[in-house]
Write a protein of this length. Sequence first.
Length: 171
Amino acid sequence: MKEKKDNKEKDTEGRKRLAVIRVRGRVHVRRSIQDTLKMLNLHRVNHCVIIDDRRSYIGMLKKAKDYITWGEINKDTFKKLLRERGRLIGNKRITDEYIRENTNAKNIEEFAKLFMNFKSELGDIPGLKPVFRLRPPKKGYERKGIKKPFSIGGVLGYRGEKINELLERMI
């Protein structure tokens, strides 16, 4: 039994959580990319999902790179996202009491720590919607807009740790 536990810890050692935000709308989107966005639960602009960095997810991100932006989310940003933008069925906010009653964590901060260390999943919170609905970013997107990749001054594609700055402006 101990070997199994050690293997699981090794599996999660170098893994990261990724925040994925849909930036562009649905006009003139190819069917295969629409399907990929649907599998990621990104149905509308300014919706965000949190995933891990499995190879299958990375392939999906690369396929839809012209419509989304993503990067590694940190614990503080995730905690703020969950507290302010996390919703239960019926559009109810998540509270520390709800987390205490329905999960093995005492509050949102402890749940965020467990989640970032792969000891818990978002599905462990019963009734949590899989998507975080965000506002458009304060002071807008980057200078070159939503049609250019992040590497040349736009918004699209991989942005690493800078996703946290964008999320702060959108929460």
